[in-house]
Design a protein around this ligand. Structure first.
Ligand code: NAD
Length: 243
């Protein structure tokens, strides 16, 4: 029995793919023969990811988009359908850190973190789900965080957005699993990326790297369709990266 799905010819959308984990996932998927639609807010990093994917022989379309805005989310999914004629995979990776202790947080900080980390994943998911439900297949992977399982004082809005993202994934899975649509949520610990690399006191040697998360994404995408990997998956460091 074949225990591993082939990804050659599949089409994936990766959000926030201009840097960090999103770029690592885009590169890993291209290596598996997946055609890519990548999106993010900034043009230059997207161009860099496109260059890396194309140099490795992959096919990629880059769309500058803010995934917290409905028309932008619609534009990204439309571009995938127009360019490649299908969508099989959505990686909801785009996210921002931020915030402060709850009592110091401004309305704007709260709204911004929720808009990108939660609403953005919802909007992208809603746009692909109409299509996935019709074709009776599709795989969504949400990049959450260890903060979505823990409670770190001083990081409330980020943590809350990721706790809610975990639950969004559960709802999407339960509402769509009869239609052969799979959802996984990955909760990484500290990964060296733009978001974290300058954090004072962070020991990079004890951190994860985008490739570690990308490997897990590929593993999840290549399970046989009837294999359900439940609950958020925690991938963290053995050693404390702050020591
Ligand atoms: P990163 O800052 O390198 O990547 C985030 C990407 O998302 C950037 O390219 C950014 O331009 C894009 N983005 C931000 N807002 C967007 C928007 N509104 N629309 C479209 N794109 C947008 O950081 P990263 O560490 O690679 O983060 C990727 C994901 O991993 C995030 O969801 C983050 O919360 C999560 N995460 C990171 C770590 C870590 O330690 N780095 C740990 C756990 C989870």
């Amino acid at each position: 029995m074949e225990t591993k799905l082939d990804l050659i010819g599949k089409v994936a959308i990766v959000t926030g793919a201009g840097s960090g984990i999103g770029q690592g996932v885009a590169r890993a998927l291209a290596d598996e023969g997946v055609s890519l639609v990548i999106c993010g807010r900034r043009s230059e990093p997207l161009q860099e990811t496109s260059r890396l994917v194309e140099t490795a022989g992959g096919r990629v379309t880059a769309i500058q988009a803010d995934i917290s805005q409905t028309p932008d989310a619609q534009r990204v999914v439309k571009a995938a359908l127009e360019t490649f004629g299908r969508v099989d995979i959505l990686i909801n990776n785009a996210g921002i850190g931020g915030g402060d202790s709850i009592h110091k947080m401004t309305d704007e900080e709260w709204d911004q973190v929720m808009a990108v980390n939660l609403r953005g994943a919802f909007l992208m998911t809603r746009e692909v789900l109409g299509y996935f439900r019709e074709q009776k297949s599709g795989h969504i992977i949400n990049i959450s965080s260890e903060s979505g399982l823990e409670y770190y004082p001083g990081d409330g809005s980020y943590g809350l957005s990721k706790h809610a993202l975990n639950d969004l994934g559960e709802y999407i899975q339960r509402e769509n699993q009869e239609l052969n649509i799979r959802v996984n949520t990955i909760c990484p610990g500290m990964v060296v990326t733009e978001m974290t690399e300058d954090s004072p006191g962070l020991n990079h040697e004890k951190c994860l790297y985008p490739e570690d998360i990308a490997d897990l994404v590929v593993w999840l995408l290549t399970r046989r369709p009837n294999v359900k990997i439940g609950t958020p998956i925690l991938i963290q460091t053995m050693l404390n990266p702050w020591e």
